[in-house]
Design a protein around this ligand. Structure first.
Ligand SMILES: Cc1ncc(COP(=O)(O)O)c(C=O)c1O
Length: 460
């Protein structure tokens, strides 16, 4: 196969915003400011008055993932490959509107009673109750005993934020730390920092085995101070694609109970990992069954493909006991106050679509079929990539490609190799070596395997 052309544009090293001006534009605008100041009699020609000079508001770096997406869009190379974005793509590398979502959208748009009124503060009731059943299981004791409460949020990010805000405000002081897996979804750090929760981390990924560092994880939990918050990815861990087995979840739960640690589940991929909704939520359902008091952030971005519609939910589950309903009721009332002050009430359209599907047995079945289509294609791509690497005899072991699960795979390649694969092969992935399996298809998996093989062999 011919080598791809070497690129010369400087966007490789920096994915900085394209809005920065050229030197001649900057000179012209400085000159204009000087003339304006001169004609308006300003005392100073180069320091316009502001409360926000660079010591106070320094220039923030661009979000690395969104910067990567922009660099990919700008790249004119025909065979470029986008493995950065955490969104499902079909076998033609195109966004996929789930057939069941198209159907629900059609029903909604033809509904003569549809209007654009505000939703209640806690969101669309038929959406939140269906979301609760989906995440906890329809026969969950927490639902039957009325000790779970749920609010609709701005997708999973909004749910993580609302949960962080609630814990930061109401947990007894000094506020305990929240432990995040190392590594984790980058936004966790920003969100919890913003709500002033102290952040700590627990080992998660073993670079050596490319699997779960279960011993490291358990020993950190054993030494965490009582009442610390432990953020757990319910399934399809982002960025590693490595999940604990059911037995490992049981060990985690046992230590967390012993140490009185508080579980905060982030569930962004239910049904997307294995294609089976209940299997993907084993962890949450097990913890609830074990009687934990806990919170859950739930996203419908990936499993419904409703990324931009921002449909999600936040759930609080009280531990079983005589006062459990009362606890849930009080928590729910305070969550409503927080929600009101931040977004007033959540957006309606995505929640209406999800609600239609979740509450209609026939549409629900079709959704499960669509979930299997997405997870099945990703599993196939894992197998194809592994087979291509085996065929090429790429140095190293690549079993983790097929043993990891969900949208992402942690390849284990270095930052230098990531930059090289972008420069030489126009393959875009995050600096930590994470690839979105959804970006692979039958048309590019061979090309990507060749690229990976090349950098593994030639870039140290
Ligand atoms: C672990 C994790 N949590 C939460 C989210 C939130 O996603 P969204 O706000 O789009 O629902 C994501 C998205 O990538 C994620 O990977």
């Amino acid at each position: 196969m011919p080598s791809p052309p070497k690129r010369s544009d400087s966007s490789l090293r920096s994915t900085s915003s394209s809005s920065s001006s050229s030197p001649s534009q900057t000179n012209a605008s400085t000159r204009l400011t000087q003339i304006r100041n001169h004609t308006m009699g300003s005392a100073s020609t180069d320091t316009p008055p502001t409360l926000f000079d660079a010591n106070v508001v320094p220039q923030a770096p661009e979000d690395p993932l969104f910067g990567l997406m922009a660099a990919y869009r700008k790249d004119p190379f025909e065979k470029k490959v986008d493995l950065g974005i955490g969104a499902y793509r079909d076998n033609n590398a195109k966004p996929w509107v789930l057939p069941v979502v198209k159907k629900a959208d059609e029903i909604l748009r033809n509904d003569p009673n549809l209007n654009h009124e505000y939703l209640p503060i806690a969101g669309l009731p038929e959406f939140t109750s269906a979301a609760q059943k989906l995440i906890l299981g329809g026969d969950s004791p927490a639902i039957q005993e009325g000790r779970a409460c749920s609010l609709q949020t701005i997708s999973g990010t909004g749910a993580v934020h609302l949960g962080g805000l609630f814990l930061s405000k109401f947990l007894p002081k000094p506020t305990p730390a929240i432990y995040l897996s190392s590594p984790t979804w980058a936004n966790h750090n920003q969100i919890f920092t913003n709500v002033q929760l102290p952040i700590k981390s627990y080992p998660y990924f073993s670079a050596k085995t490319k699997m779960l560092d279960c011993d490291g994880l358990l020993s950190t939990l054993k030494s965490a101070p009582e009442r610390s918050i432990i953020l757990l990815h319910a399934c399809a861990h982002n960025p590693t694609g490595v999940d604990p087995t059911p037995d490992q979840w049981k060990q985690i739960a046992e230590i967390m109970r012993e140490r009185k640690l508080f579980p905060f589940f982030d569930c962004a991929y239910q049904g997307f990992a294995s294609g089976d909704l209940a299997q993907d939520n084993f962890s949450i359902r097990y913890f609830v069954e074990q009687g934990f008091e806990l919170v859950i952030a739930q996203s419908f971005a990936k499993n419904f493909g409703l990324y931009g519609e921002r449909a999600g939910a936040f759930h609080f589950v009280a531990a079983p006991g005589a006062n459990a309903q009362d606890v849930a009721k009080r928590v729910s009332s305070q969550l409503a106050i927080l929600q009101r002050s931040e977004i007033s009430n959540p957006p309606a359209y995505g929640a209406r679509i999800a609600s239609l599907i979740l509450n209609d047995p026939q549409l629900f079945k079709e959704w499960e079929h669509d979930l299997r289509t997405m997870s099945g294609r990703i599993i196939e791509m894992r197998k194809s990539l592994k087979a291509e690497l085996d065929r090429l005899g790429t140095p190293g072991t690549w079993d983790h490609i097929t043993s990891q699960i969900g949208m992402f795979s942690f390849t284990g390649i270095s930052e230098k190799q990531v930059l090289a694969i972008r420069e030489k092969w126009h393959v875009y992935m995050t600096k930590n070596g994470r690839i979105s399996m959804a970006g692979l298809n039958t048309g590019n998996v061979h090309y990507f395997a060749e690229a990976l093989d090349d950098v593994v062999r030639h870039v140290q």
